[in-house]
Design a protein around this ligand. Structure first.
Ligand code: NAP
Length: 591
């Protein structure tokens, strides 16, 4: 049949008939910005297919943060990156626009000549992992997730599901659960496949019958999937959430018990291990948290797996409560990336801290089996019309979107269409409290390219060129190794400084006594005992130095990297002064 050049939205072309053009929501570099500005409806040509590719008529699409980042153009200009790669003759694409949407349900309309496992007319859902079938690593049986050709569809590649048609590799297509509506089917794959790999992908630590699994963010996108996957494996999920109003939701999904994280306040990076009082306080907090796990579990057992994504604020606790030989598996750092680990617990109790990212084709299909069997509720919280697509992303950008998975109709003309069978088992479809919205902004997209040793793009560092010598304080306030802490304290107070350099008899800096060292020395001692200590006993040995000619920004990185507040400044290897964070703050206020 002759195709029309363009079909209206919702006007379904006859099966297998592909028009020349389609309606799509486009992002273009000239309007990078917040979703309401970045996303516009346009008409574009339908792309041609490679031999292993498939064109799917999109019925509904899932919504995730990647499109917010793509629209902002930060931290990566995905369009520019693809265009440049294409120009270099590498894996890239030439189009000057981006069509997002990395989750979808739809109907196969056209297949490339090598495609065998799907055919025109098949109802499918799609996972977002693409890779080259010609990659030597993949051909040798390696996990495609580690292939240099691996790309996240609709973020690192174009032609996502926010359009009438989407272009995917055939291996991305999986059968759509017949009992689900189009929008339900479009909502779960990304989060559920990620959770599946985290729980099933790591060898001897994979979840098994009888295991206990502690799940962060049990009412969130990943957490709600994790609860169901753990339950289906015959293991026991314990969910952590930020309020008791979410307990019922997690319990209905299959959690054995729930913990309100707001009952505890020991979160955050670990105190320094030398800080005995701080560490003891932290230990008290994390032990109470561990005891709460036992309480909700009804027995004194540590979790075999901790399902992690908050990252910086929770990893210390996750490592601590995880069982000997167990695994903390992490796919994100929503609260920050610098996770601190008390290595003693990691090595003495032989725990595993495992990174995990999305899922490969096999794992995505294993997850989808669960959905096909009716054992995975997609946990849809809100569905939008096609016209509301920017609104959905704007809510996400402003962190005002509801918990759970969201979807948008594309080809489907009404909400609730597409289910052609009864669920194989009854599904509870629990709902979250009405006013429950997100409270933690997403730091970065899941597929932000990380710098590696072989870096195609040059890394640029923004710097105003200030040098250490422009801000440093000349002169070193020092003490001898045998001066008492009492003497050092007097020097600090009288000179209004925060650290004293310990010099040996040859004038060489042996270490630094900082205010922190003094405070730590006081712990567990009377004031008299603390005052009587020698500088050499409390100092931080070695002396972090920088040259006066060093860039200020480099000195700041040295300090933040080592969690220090000052450096001794040298000229010709001789200590001549001090640069401190206070000096940098002074520069900021323009003093
Ligand atoms: P989500 O729906 O926003 O859920 C995250 C949950 O984290 C929230 O429900 C929240 O629950 C909890 N949370 C927020 N702040 C917390 C804190 N300070 N401490 C502990 N828990 C906190 O997000 P999601 O879809 O589950 O995704 C979670 C993270 O994984 C995101 O960063 C996402 O980008 C990433 N991700 C990675 C991949 C991958 O392949 N690598 C795939 C999907 C998602 P409560 O407030 O109730 O505790």
């Amino acid at each position: 049949m002759m195709a029309k050049e363009l079909y209206n939205l919702g006007e379904m072309p006859p099966l297998g008939v592909v028009p020349q053009q389609m309606h799509a929501w486009l992002i273009r570099p000239e309007r990078f910005g917040t979703p309401m500005d970045a996303l516009r409806q346009e008409v574009v040509d339908i792309p041609s297919l490679a031999d292993d590719e498939v064109l799917v008529y999109v019925m509904a699409a899932g919504i995730n943060y990647n499109n917010v980042w793509a629209g902002l153009g930060i931290p990566v200009d995905v369009i520019g990156a693809r265009n440049k790669a294409f120009a270099r003759g590498e894996l890239g694409e030439p189009e000057p626009f981006h069509i997002g949407g990395g989750d979808a349900s739809g109907i196969v309309y056209k297949v490339g000549k090598d495609v065998t496992h799907v055919k025109v007319g098949d109802e499918v859902v799609m996972h977002c992992g693409r890779y080259s079938r010609d990659c030597a690593w993949v051909k040798s049986g390696g996990d495609p997730m580690y292939s240099p050709t691996y790309r996240i569809w609709a973020y690192e590649t174009n032609w996502g599901s926010f359009a009438q048609f989407t272009k995917v590799q055939a291996q991305q297509c999986m059968p759509k659960p017949r009992h689900m509506t189009w929008e339900e089917a479009a909502a779960y794959t990304l989060v559920a496949a990620t959770a599946w790999r985290m729980l099933h992908g790591w060898g001897e630590n994979a979840v098994k019958k009888g295991d206990v699994v502690l799940i962060w963010g049990g009412a969130g996108g990943l957490g709600s999937m994790a609860i169901q996957i753990v339950k289906a494996a015959g293991a026991t999920p314990i969910a952590i959430v930020s309020g008791e109003d979410k307990f019922d939701y997690c319990m209905k999904l299959g959690a054995k018990g729930c913990i309100n994280r707001n009952e505890f306040d020991h979160w955050g990076m670990l105190p320094h291990w030398k800080d005995s009082a701080g560490y003891a306080k932290w230990l008290k907090g994390v032990r109470a948290f561990g005891a709460k796990i036992w309480e909700v579990l009804g027995e004194k057992r540590a979790p075999n797996i901790v399902f992690e994504h908050p990252g910086e604020t929770t990893i210390p606790s996750s490592i601590f409560v995880c069982d000997t030989g167990g695994m903390v598996v992490v796919c994100a750092g929503t609260t920050g990336y610098n996770a601190t680990v008390d290595l003693r617990y990691l090595w003495m109790r032989q725990k595993r801290l495992q990174g995990s990212h999305f899922a490969n084709t096999e794992q995505s299909n294993q997850m989808n089996e669960l959905a096909l069997r009716g054992l995975l509720d997609p946990c849809v919280s809100r569905v939008f019309s096609y016209a509301e697509l920017p609104v959905a992303h704007q809510l996400m950008y402003e962190n005002k979107h509801p918990h759970g998975n969201m979807a948008v109709l594309v080809g489907a003309t009404e909400f609730g269409l597409g289910a052609s069978a009864k669920p194989p088992v009854a599904i509870a479809h629990p709902t979250l409290p009405k006013d429950d919205v997100h409270n933690t902004p997403h730091p970065y997209p899941m597929s932000e390219p990380l710098p590696s040793v072989a870096q195609a793009e040059a890394i640029t560092v923004a710097d105003d060129g200030s040098l250490v010598r422009d801000l440093m304080h000349r002169g070193i306030v020092s003490c001898t190794p045998d001066d008492t802490v009492g003497t050092v304290a007097k020097i600090m107070v009288n000179k209004e400084i925060h650290a004293v350099v310990v010099m040996d008899s040859t004038g060489k800096a042996m270490g630094v006594v900082s205010q922190t060292d003094m405070v730590l020395a006081r712990q567990g001692r009377t004031p008299e005992q603390a005052r009587a200590l020698r500088a050499k006993e409390v100092m931080t040995p070695g002396c972090a130095t920088c040259d006066a000619g060093m860039l200020l920004s480099e000195a700041v990185s040295l300090m933040t990297g080592r969690r220090m507040h000052r450096l001794v400044v040298t000229e010709h290897d001789q200590p001549v002064g001090v640069i401190s964070m206070t000096d940098v703050v002074r520069k900021i206020i323009g003093e």
